[in-house]
Write a protein that binds this ligand. Structure first.
Ligand code: SAM
Ligand code: SF4
Length: 412
């Protein structure tokens, strides 16, 4: 029989309007639902970058079906409401694709619909991903007025030759202008840089990072360029720095960012105090997220199960199906035995580690479900167990952080 949540408890309030299949009995026992974020995918770009495997599609400016897509997002949101009934939203992330291709009026409409239909917490972080190739001062200011609190700019490099080899639509001048304006207009912002680029050497890497640091960014995301299957780079790979060089590059990035007061709090994320990305932290802490838009993924918790959802991937199919009230293309319950790995895959990315109690809060499983691989990881010097006033804590060692996939695999 389904266990009835105590009257008035957050779990009871969140489950009142739920279809029965989400409340069936199950082997998990979750307490209160975790923090909820909302991810909205806006899938168009001016052109497809040769390294990119995101769900992004080239579109000619002016041909993007913005109004229809916003109608579809609203229909998707309305159909999703019973799944998140009564829950407050901690963060919103408008990702892509290139969300900054949307008009400020379109972004204002989207955010106003989200605010009308969902309780956004006061001070809710609202991030928008922007490409410097879509840069115009008035546009960025209008995004701010529409309710965006945090801009994340896909700079990649400040070197014109590197930007060209990455197939980017923007140049150094536009990247500088976008970073300068983000610093002026937004209370907090992020710059994305990639490293280990075709033909990049240490001097080139340092020049890119120093240029970024000159804007005193509150947050930096530094990604090792990876050759993803089914991309133009995978078919015709460029010559990239070898592994030793890219490891040295990462050491240098860590040194220079630390000297500039940015803390590496996750594998690729560096922040000044108070500027960590709430939205991404919620993913890494195995929180919940509602995914809206083409190909968007969601993870939602219920008293006895954790559910994953995916929306139709192709923008045309997504719009058609979402407008007919059927945006979900795939929905699956996470198997009980898959939960420890799924949790650890995320949580081990955090430099500071996590309280062991978080594992039980998020998965409904006892700490004993992790005991054997934790023993093994500790014995191999990849993980440490700490006793803190809040209770036991798990943290990757420096070695575990450097060999993260070895550490994560122990939980498979
Ligand atoms: C989804 S993209 C969104 C930003 C925006 N579309 C842009 O590219 O300017 C997020 C970030 O992922 C990083 N990224 C994308 N593909 C990558 C790859 N193959 N290797 C490493 N980083 C990648 C880039 O730094 C990019 O800014
Ligand atoms: S702009 Fe960003 S999302 Fe679009 S193709 Fe390039 S990397 Fe991918």
């Amino acid at each position: 029989m389904t266990e009835i949540p105590p009257p008035g408890s957050p779990m009871e309030r969140s489950t009142l309007a739920l279809p029965d299949r989400y409340l069936r009995p199950g082997t998990l026992q979750l307490g209160a639902p975790p923090p909820l974020s909302v991810y909205v995918h806006l899938p168009w770009c001016l052109q497809k970058c040769p390294y990119c495997d995101f769900n992004s599609h080239a579109v000619t400016a002016g041909e993007m079906p913005e109004a229809r897509y916003l109608d579809a997002l609203r229909a998707d949101l309305e159909a999703s409401l019973p799944l998140v009934w009564g829950r407050s939203v901690h963060s919103v992330f408008l990702g892509g694709g290139t969300p900054s291709l949307f008009s400020p009026e379109g972004i204002a409409r989207l955010l106003s619909e989200l605010r009308t239909l969902l309780p956004l917490l006061p001070g809710c972080e609202v991030t928008l991903e922007a490409n410097p190739g879509t840069f115009e001062a008035a546009r960025f200011r209008a995004f701010r007025e529409a309710g965006v609190t945090r801009l994340s700019i896909g700079v990649q490099s400040f070197d014109d030759a590197k930007l060209k080899s990455l197939g980017r639509v923007h140049d150094r001048r536009q990247a500088l202008a976008a970073a300068e304006l983000a610093a002026e207009v937004f209370e907090t912002f992020n710059l994305d840089l990639m490293y280990a680029l075709p033909g990049q050497d240490m001097a080139g890497l340092e020049a890119d990072l120093r240029t970024a640091l000159a804007f005193a960014p509150p947050h930096l995301s530094l990604y090792h360029l990876t050759l993803e299957p089914n991309t133009a780079f995978a078919l015709k790979p460029p010559v990239l720095p070898d592994e030793d060089v890219s490891a040295e590059m990462l050491d240098r990035l860590a040194e220079l960012t630390a000297a500039a007061g940015l803390e590496r709090y996750e594998v690729s994320a560096y922040a000044r105090p108070g500027h960590r990305c709430t939205h991404n932290l919620n993913y890494w802490q195995f929180g919940d997220y509602l995914g809206l838009g083409a190909g968007a993924h969601g993870k939602l918790s219920f008293p006895h199960r954790v559910l994953r959802q995916v929306k139709w991937r192709e923008p045309a199919a997504y719009m058609r199906e979402a407008l007919a009230g059927k945006a979900v293309s795939n929905e699956q319950e996470v198997a009980r035995k898959a939960l420890p790995f799924e949790f650890m895959l995320n949580a081990l990315r955090l430099r500071e580690g996590f309280e062991l109690a978080l594992f039980t809060d998020r998965t409904g499983l006892p700490p004993s479900a992790l005991a054997a691989p934790v023993e093994q990881a500790v014995a191999r010097g990849l993980l440490e167990r700490l006793e803190t006033p809040q209770g036991p804590f798990l943290r990757p060692t420096a070695r575990g952080f450097d060999f993260l996939s070895d550490l994560q695999e122990l939980f498979l």
